[in-house]
Design a protein around this ligand. Structure first.
Ligand SMILES: C[S@@+](CC[C@H](N)C(=O)[O-])C[C@H]1O[C@@H](n2cnc3c(N)ncnc32)[C@H](O)[C@@H]1O
Length: 445
C-alpha cells in the first residue's frame, strides 16, 4: 500500500512538472503569435497612412499579400523611384504599387494576371482609384512553359504567363513575384526570372513573396545561384526573399557569401577585440557558446585572464569536440570551460518558416534545462546544413535562462542565413540589434 502511495506521489509530481512545462511553452508561443499579429496591425496602420486612396484595399488575408510586405513595397517604390515595375499576380499589390508610382509622379506597373475574374476585380479597383494610367494590366490565360524550370522532366504540365504578356517589357527595376497560384504546377513561380532576366535593368531587385513556403525559398535560392544574384530573406508574415540582380556595370553579381556556409566563422582581429572589450566592460558570471570553433579557445583565455566567470559550450558530439577537450587541458583552461556534448533533437516550437518538422532541430532540452543563468550567449553553431533558420532556436531555447541585461551575440553577420535569423528574432521578440561591430550582431534581451 505504501509502495502504491509513493508511486502515486511520484506520478503526480511528474504530471505537475509536465503541466508546468507545457504551460510555460504555450505562453511563450502565445506571446510570439501576439507579436506577429501586432506587427501586421502596425504595418497596416503605416500603410493606410502612406496610401492616397479614395476607398479601402480588399482584405489582406488569404490570397492577398500581407500588410508588412505591401508596406515595404510602397516604401521601396517611394524611396527608390523605379521606372518600370512588373508584378506576377494582381490584386491589392497592384493598387499599392500604382499608388506609390502616382505619388512619385513617374513610372509604370506592368501587372501579369491569368484570371479573367480576378483581373476584372483589379481593373475595377484601379478605375475607382483613378490609377488606371499607372498600370498596364495584362490579363491572359497561362500558357505552356518550355523554358528552364525546377520541375522539368516530371510528368506535370508546366504553365506560366503568356509570351504575349511580355511584349515590350524592358529595363525592369523591380519584379514582384506573387503568382501564378501554387496549384498551377510544382515550383509554379520559377519561370518569372528565366522569362524576365534579360529584361532587367542593372541593379534590379526581384522580390519573391511567400518564402515561408519551402517551394518559394527553393526557387529564390536556385535563382540566386543560377542568375548570380545576392539573396536576403526577410522574416515577414509570409516571408520575403529579395534578390539583387547585377552590378552597376551590368555584370552579374555572384554573392560569394550566399555560397559560404556560415558555421564556425573563425576568429579574426575584429571579433577578438569585440570580445575583449565586452569582457572588460561587464561583470560576467556564465557565458554560453552554441557551437565550438577557434573562437572558443580565445574566449576562454580572455575570460580566464580577466577572471570573468565561466564558459559553457554546447555542441554536437564530434571528434572536434574531443580534440578541443584535449587542447583545453593542454592549455590549463579546464577551470574556465565546460564542453557539453548535446545531440540535436526535434524542435517543436515556433519557427520562422514552414520547414518540414523533421528539419527543425535543436540541442536537447534536458541539457539546456541544466544550464545556469546566462549573462552572455555567443551563437556560432550548429552547422547550417543549407537551412536558412537552423540557428533560430538559439534565442528561444535559452530565453528563460538569460540573466538581467544579458546579451546575445550572433557571429557571422556577413552571412545571409545569419541576417535572416536575426531579422526573425528582432520581429518575434521585439528586439533591436546593434550591428556596428564587424561580423557580429549584438542583441540586448
Ligand atoms: C497570391 S495571388 C496574388 C495576390 C496579389 N499580389 C495581392 O497582393 O492581392 C495569385 C493569384 O491568385 C488569384 N487570386 C486572387 N484572389 C483570389 C481569391 N480570393 N481566390 C482564389 N484566387 C485568387 C489571382 O489570379 C492572383 O493572380
Amino acid at each position: 500500500m505504501e509502495n502504491i502511495e509513493s508511486q502515486f506521489q511520484i506520478l503526480t509530481e511528474q504530471l505537475e512538472s509536465v503541466r508546468k512545462e507545457i504551460m510555460s511553452k504555450s505562453i511563450k508561443d502565445l506571446i510570439i503569435v501576439q507579436n506577429r499579429i501586432y506587427s501586421q496591425v502596425e504595418a497596416l496602420t503605416w500603410l493606410s497612412q502612406a496610401l492616397m486612396l479614395f476607398g479601402s484595399l480588399p482584405p489582406l488575408r488569404g490570397w492577398a499579400a500581407s500588410p508588412d510586405v505591401l508596406l515595404r513595397l510602397h516604401e521601396h517604390i517611394r524611396f527608390q523611384k523605379p521606372k518600370v515595375v512588373v508584378e506576377c499576380g494582381s490584386g491589392s499589390s497592384t493598387l499599392v504599387i500604382a499608388d506609390a508610382l502616382r505619388q512619385n509622379g513617374q513610372g509604370v506597373l506592368i501587372s501579369l494576371e491569368h484570371s479573367d475574374k480576378f483581373g476584372a476585380q483589379t481593373r475595377s479597383l484601379l478605375d475607382r482609384e483613378e490609377l488606371t494610367p499607372w498600370v498596364d494590366l495584362r490579363i491572359a490565360d497561362l500558357e505552356l512553359w518550355a523554358g528552364p524550370h525546377m520541375n522539368s522532366g516530371k510528368d506535370e504540365v508546366l504553365r506560366w504567363y503568356s509570351a504575349s504578356s511580355l511584349v515590350g517589357i524592358k529595363d525592369v527595376d523591380l519584379l514582384f513575384v506573387d503568382g501564378p497560384p501554387g496549384k498551377t504546377c510544382k515550383y509554379a513561380r520559377y519561370p518569372a526570372l528565366p522569362a524576365i532576366a534579360d529584361r532587367l535593368a542593372p541593379n534590379a531587385q526581384i522580390w519573391m513573396d511567400d518564402t515561408v513556403r519551402q517551394e518559394e525559398t527553393d526557387i529564390a535560392k536556385d535563382w540566386a545561384e543560377n542568375y548570380g544574384c545576392s539573396l536576403e530573406f526577410f522574416s515577414l508574415e509570409k516571408g520575403l526573399g529579395v534578390l539583387t540582380s547585377a552590378l552597376p556595370n551590368g555584370e552579374l553579381a555572384v554573392d560569394e557569401l550566399s555560397k559560404t556556409p556560415a558555421f564556425n566563422v573563425g576568429l579574426d582581429d575584429a571579433i577578438a577585440s569585440a570580445f575583449e572589450a565586452h569582457i572588460k566592460s561587464r561583470s560576467l558570471g556564465v557565458t554560453l557558446q552554441f557551437g565550438i570553433s577557434s573562437v572558443t579557445l580565445h574566449l576562454a583565455e580572455a575570460l580566464k585572464s580577466e577572471n570573468a566567470g565561466k564558459l559553457c559550450c554546447v555542441a554536437e558530439p564530434s571528434e572536434l569536440l574531443d580534440e578541443l577537450q584535449l587542447e583545453i587541458q593542454k592549455r590549463g583552461l579546464e577551470s574556465v570551460v565546460s564542453l557539453i556534448s548535446a545531440p540535436l533533437e526535434a524542435w517543436n516550437y515556433l519557427y520562422p518558416d514552414s520547414t518540414d518538422l523533421a528539419l527543425k532541430r535543436w540541442f536537447d532540452a534536458e541539457t539546456l534545462e541544466q544550464l545556469p543563468p546566462l549573462d552572455w550567449v555567443v551563437v556560432d553553431g550548429p552547422d547550417w546544413q543549407a537551412k536558412p533558420y537552423t540557428r533560430y532556436p538559439a534565442l528561444p531555447s535559452v530565453l528563460d535562462k538569460l540573466a538581467q541585461n544579458a546579451e546575445v551575440w550572433m557571429l557571422g553577420s556577413e552571412s545571409q542565413q545569419v541576417r535572416s535569423v536575426v531579422n526573425a528574432w528582432c520581429s518575434d521578440y521585439s528586439l533591436t540589434c546593434d550591428s556596428s561591430s564587424s561580423r557580429i550582431f549584438k542583441l540586448k534581451v
